[in-house]
Design a protein around this ligand. Sequence first.
Ligand code: F6R
Ligand code: MG
Ligand code: MG
Length: 365
Amino acid sequence: MVRTTLSVLKADVGSLAGHNVVHPLQIKAAQDSLKDAKESGLISDFYVTNCGDDLELIITHKKGEDNSEIHNMAWDTFKKAAKVAEELGLYAAGQDLLCEAFSGNLKGLGPGYAEIEFEERKSEPVVIFMADKTEPGAFNLPLYKVFADPFSTAGLVIDPTMHDGFRFEVLDVLEGTSFELNTPEESYDLLALIGTTGRYILKKISKKDGTVASRVSITRLCLIAGRYVGKDDPVAIVRAQHGLPAVGEILEPFAFPHLVAGWMRGSHYGPLMPVAQRNARCTRFDGPPRLIALGFQIKNGKLTGPSDLFDDPAFDMTRAKACEVADYMRRHGPFMPERLGPEEMEYTTMPQVLEKLKARGKKEE
Ligand code: F6R
Ligand code: MG
Ligand code: MG
């Protein structure tokens, strides 16, 4: 049996045309860096792409999760791409590299990552989701549907190897506490938590025998930096088929462009629009928030692919709906619920505005 780790690591280290897209020379710098790592034997294979202004490193290796050599190499790779951004005068060069020096693990340093170590099955299909202008809680709704909603995933009802349901790990990002909940038994408890998408984040989903099926990146940049530095633009890995949801079941919930937090200045609700990688460029009102899905096969650590899964007319209606919803939401201007609620705004300008007005406040009798 071959044990492989799939690591998807991402950072916004600067981009072209404001917070729009990663520059091809940054992609090239990252590819060169990962090519060296592959030739040195540190990693098995890699693929570099971008979702909007986020540089995405997809890496296979044999070092396991949270490995300092792998994270150090990814950090160096992000640094190289940030250097290109500086040289070209790209926007927000080095934005997500919050610390001067690498300190053993990427956790808390700015870049986001999702990793799964697994024993390769005879055939190992995976779907990698990458989003721009939103936060990790954006995956709560669709991943719940993939792994727990029989109206979305047929296999939960008709595949005997999925009928037992799944185990969900939820992280309370404010308290730093995590919970494990089983579906279908504890579906309602699970939904009670993960409906609060800014706080309770689906982090990991496994089969009840412990087989890991999915991981979501969960950095909350604003909490790390203590001030607003952009939404976290999450990634998620989902293993597919043969006792796990089929690729089509994994994509199905994304046919509904649900509202997610992010968009302009990380402060608005907008529809999550699934797009082909080439269309992962946030434009209107710095959005609407975009999602790409790349499908790969992994064999002895080698990545075959990708198949650009949302590059498909089957999602045209979803995109049209997303545009219609974007129009509708924008008509609210600076009002809730288009603008995020006060808890989320705490990390933006709200405290400064309140501070400024404090002296002018009069107590009502
Ligand atoms: C949201 C995002 C953008 C920026 C906006 C302002 O995640 O990246 O919407 O917040 O373009 O950017 P600055 O403050 O850099 O001018
Ligand atoms: Mg940016
Ligand atoms: Mg981004």
